[in-house]
Design a protein around this ligand. Sequence first.
Ligand code: ADP
Ligand code: MG
Length: 660
Amino acid sequence: MPLISLRNIRKHYGGYGEAPKVEVLRGIDLDIDRGEFVSIVGASGSGKSTLMHIIGCLDTPTSGEYLFEHEDVASLSRDQLARLRSKVFGFVFQAYHLIPTESARENVEVPAIYAGIDEVTRQARAIQLLSGLGLGERLDHRPSQLSGGQQQRVSIARALINGGTVILADEPTGALDRESGDQVMTLLRGFAAEGHTVVLITHDQQVAASADRIIEIQDGRIVRDMRNPRMKRVQDAAVARTDTGYETSLGSTPIHPPGRALGRLLPGVTDACRAAWRVLNTNRARTLLTLLGIIIGVASVVTMLAVGEGAKREVMSRLNAMGSNLLQIGSSRPKSGGPRGVITEEDIEAIAKIPEVRRVMPILRDDALVRFGSFSRNFEVLAPTEVMPEVNRWPVLHGRFFTREENRNVAPVVVLGYRAYQYYFPDAGNPLGHQVLIKDAPYEIIGVMSEKASESGHINHDERLYVPRRTGMVRVFPDQRDESYLVVEVVDSEQLYRAQENIETLLLARHGRADFWLNNAAARQQAELEARNSLTMMLALIAAISLLVGGIGVMNVMLMTVRERVREIGIRLASGARQRDIHRQFIVEATLVSLVGGVTGILLSVVVIAALALLEVPVAPSLNALLGAVACAVITGVVFGLMPARQAARLHPVAALNRE
Ligand code: ADP
Ligand code: MG
């Protein structure tokens, strides 16, 4: 009952379009039993390698039937074929085909990774196998640090790590000196004796003569198939052993079937990460250049956002301090000439009825001589209504503000601005209950306002005294008939402009001429805020574009990497990697580059932001921007890694292995 059974296998290339048809295999019938040591011998170009690739499920025949353990290989899915390569076949190539960036031990482990064997077990096995092959001292050497014979022994260890039920060796001695070649042949013979099925491919009759059975191939046809009379091998003994004889002699390892569970995905990702890291580390200069794009992209996104947010917050705080929903209105001489306008009580009532207006605070104001003890000075005296602390969002520091009753009753009370308080009470004594003289009339101090630094510039709230409005009208400024100005509080700061328009229309209609002024400082600030917002957006957009360019750089490098590493991909596929394993590896690599770039970019932006802060540029770094930028970098890596990864995963194993 043969292990491998080929029936009328044909393989041809081309034959369509321009390419001429090349018939490589012209009807191969071949049975190989478990435990056989077969050599396939023939001239160069006779189709030996093609046949071996078909047997090893690296390639598919054009026609014919291939049964492996009675199962029609043509009916297997790609993943099942990968699994077969991983669990059953071990390849040894003339050119060794080791992954140049990985150490001897890691190269041996590759098939075990794809078979899902855990790290500890596969490391132990690899070390054991390499030590058994005399490479115990060379575990951490790269292929380039090993001789040809040593490299070939590493590849033999790799063929054995998952059991090596069938060892397919394609001209394994072709590149070796005589001594190393003999060593390799001795090993192969030993494996055959231990029960492995060994298929040796060679053009050399002398090498072929080491096998128990010699099959000669010529122009894609088997021309001779004979037992080797020179080799007296006790075949029964070999067959009696199981195909895992080698495995048991080394300590058996269960091979986990590939599952879909997360438990299998995670180690896969860890391995992919490690492999990726090694590749990045090997090409440091190139990695750095790739990273640069991402680093600059992320750093500029984060910095721009921090600077933009800082500027925005500064304007916002100015806006809030001033009251983002306040308008000032006063009377003036119209530009067209004529007397100064008068804002009447009726005007105030009408304005208060506009839907966008929450309340109106009329204010009288004038300078007056204010005396306290031996201190005497002209101060601006304001006479607002009792709502002033609320409207201006300006708390009282000592004592209290005047009440509605005090206003109605024309109470002789006064609240001092902070600077006025400092002027009259340089020792910071308690002012409450004392009397100041305003225009020689006494007023009781009932409170001191907290300090309000001048934010709008031209008015200093702190250098003032505040009396109730009616007190002002009746007592302080009895001659003044006009309101000095009104402060209008709008329901919602978004409605400032609408409120302003409505008030203008209303006053124009009532007065018949533009004899008033309207100050909308908050609206100006808001316009500034919007301008700054759009500037920030623009800067962030430019930064994002640089991140995009960085991503394209990653893609470019990844595409180059795929091209450079076609051979490696072929090796991985021959070692049992599924398409999705290859895909994942390249995605992980691209993501890792981007992630490293992203984190470095953040560090850079932290430095830049700190420097800006030292230069007193307002900056407001936000965690969200940081995380967002890193997320962007990672997404960039994944997105721009997709195409290269797909390209890599779609490679044909044989084409990949043979690519120069
Ligand atoms: P051997 O290993 O016996 O030297 P191969 O199996 O490598 O021979 O190749 C057998 C023949 O198939 C050669 O003539 C080679 O040119 C041809 N061949 C192999 N691969 C291809 C291909 N992808 N396209 C066209 N011809 C190919
Ligand atoms: Mg060949």
